[in-house]
Design a binder for this molecule. Structure first.
Ligand code: HEM
Length: 400
């Protein structure tokens, strides 16, 4: 079903979930001529083999939030919290009201592709006496020489990723989950992001980032035979509680837009190795045409420079290292000197960070063409367990 927001003739009215959503009635249509479908009715399943929010299409709004367990809270409190959080996630993702004291913020709207994804940080395991269950893959990421990391906005015991195609639905989930934390955990850091609204372009397209580049073209696709192996921990995974889970690397990457925007489009394209307008490789074709790494121009120079970002990051240049990049853009206003505090909330998913993010970032850290225009300002690594089965809460196999 095509989504209608933003396309010619659509009013942008929220038409709400058409029946079935127990908590919220459908909003009355103010304009009877308006189309009767709405992105609000799009629903993602909470239960499943994998948690939602990994292979789900990028949503227009995102909140990333890390929590630390409160002093005195341990495994028992964490288990109760994950149970509360899972109930809330399941209800809100189905378009229902929160179990208690719903604030009405998402009233009238359908679930709007809401997803809620939960993860555990390295520090969680010592706090809950579960050190023996801590995966080796959660060992802290190495330091990178170009990092400018703010520790207060990095890591954390617990991580929640919220995505929705409606800003109020996303905020509602964020606030409800924060209230659910009660006295068990408090927010350590929070980041807000966005992507293009569904329907803003006449055709569905790969997203653009705040540098104006088409970003996500060469992501692994679920239809590829090695997708699961690259992105998800096997069902017979180690540790067992991480079966069908994945590891999320989160980086707040500031874009130095004042410098970037001074470059000519040609120079910007050389930085990435792809056309800005279409995302096609500089060696020709369309967005999906294979890049010809060896092609030279009339002067004998490589058409895709050796330090181009899209050359350096390729799995075939990194011993097969691959990851699913699923970012949100962010803009947190302007610094006092007018410099935009904007960039990418880079979230990437892989079965093992040592075969995904780490080798590629090691290489980028040595200086690809893009590195002079970005700055990594915060970092997190989280173990995201597999999806909850019916009647189960997320993380139950770890916490019970
Ligand atoms: C590809 C932008 C950071 C890994 C790309 C592409 C763009 C891009 C425009 C080409 C289109 C595509 O295939 O998606 C950016 C920007 C970044 C950033 C603006 C920072 C603000 C990173 C980081 C990593 C990374 C930190 C991992 C450590 C990749 C990978 C590819 C890619 C794996 C695809 C390579 C391939 O398979 O051909 N990026 N990137 N990127 N980037 Fe980045």
């Amino acid at each position: 079903r095509r989504r209608l927001l933003g396309t010619a003739g659509a009013t942008g009215l929220a038409l709400g979930a058409a029946g079935g959503a127990a908590g919220y009635a459908a909003a009355p249509a103010a304009d009877k001529a308006a189309p009767l479908t709405s992105l609000g009715t799009d629903t993602v399943m909470f239960h499943g083999k994998h948690q939602p929010g990994i292979t789900t299409a990028l949503q227009a709004r995102g909140h990333l939030v890390a929590f630390d367990l409160a002093a005195g809270a341990g495994r028992k409190e964490a288990a109760a919290l994950l149970r509360r959080w899972s109930t809330t996630a399941q209800r809100l993702m189905a378009g229902e009201a929160a179990a208690q004291d719903d604030t009405d913020v998402a009233r009238d709207a359908g679930p709007s592709s809401l997803t809620v994804t939960f993860g555990f940080g390295n520090s969680f395991f010592a706090r809950t006496g579960l050190e023996k269950q801590r995966p080796v893959a959660l060992d802290p990421l190495p330091d990178f020489s170009s990092d400018h990391l703010d520790k207060a906005r990095s890591n954390g015991d617990l991580w929640v990723q919220i995505g929705a195609d409606d800003a109020l639905v996303a905020f509602h989930a964020l606030r409800t989950l924060q209230k659910d934390a009660g006295s068990a955990a408090r927010v350590r850091w929070q980041m807000n992001g966005f992507n293009r609204s569904p329907g803003a372009t006449t055709q569905p397209m790969t997203a653009r980032n705040l540098m104006g580049q088409i970003d996500g073209t060469r992501n692994p696709k679920p239809s590829e035979s090695d997708f699961d192996r690259r992105i998800f921990v096997p069902a017979a995974g180690d540790p067992a509680w991480m079966a069908n889970g994945s590891y999320a690397v989160v980086r707040r990457i500031r874009m130095l837009l004042d410098d970037w925007e001074k470059l000519s489009v040609k120079a910007q394209e050389d930085v990435v190795g792809r056309k800005k307008s279409t995302g096609a490789p500089l060696t020709g074709g369309t967005e999906t045409t294979a890049m010809n790494l060896d092609k030279t121009d009339a002067d004998g120079n490589l058409v895709v420079p050796l330090n181009a970002h899209a050359r350096i990051t390729r799995p075939d240049q990194n011993g097969g290292a691959a990851m699913l990049r699923r970012p949100f853009s962010f803009h947190d206003g302007f610094d006092t000197d007018g410099v935009p505090d904007a960039g990418l909330l880079f979230v990437c998913w892989q079965a093992d960070p040592l075969r995904g993010f780490v080798p590629v970032q090691r290489k980028l850290d040595r200086g690809d063409a893009l590195s002079t225009f970005i700055r990594h300002e915060a970092s997190g690594l989280f173990a995201v367990p597999g999806g909850a089965a019916e009647g189960e809460y997320v993380g139950q196999r770890l916490l019970e």
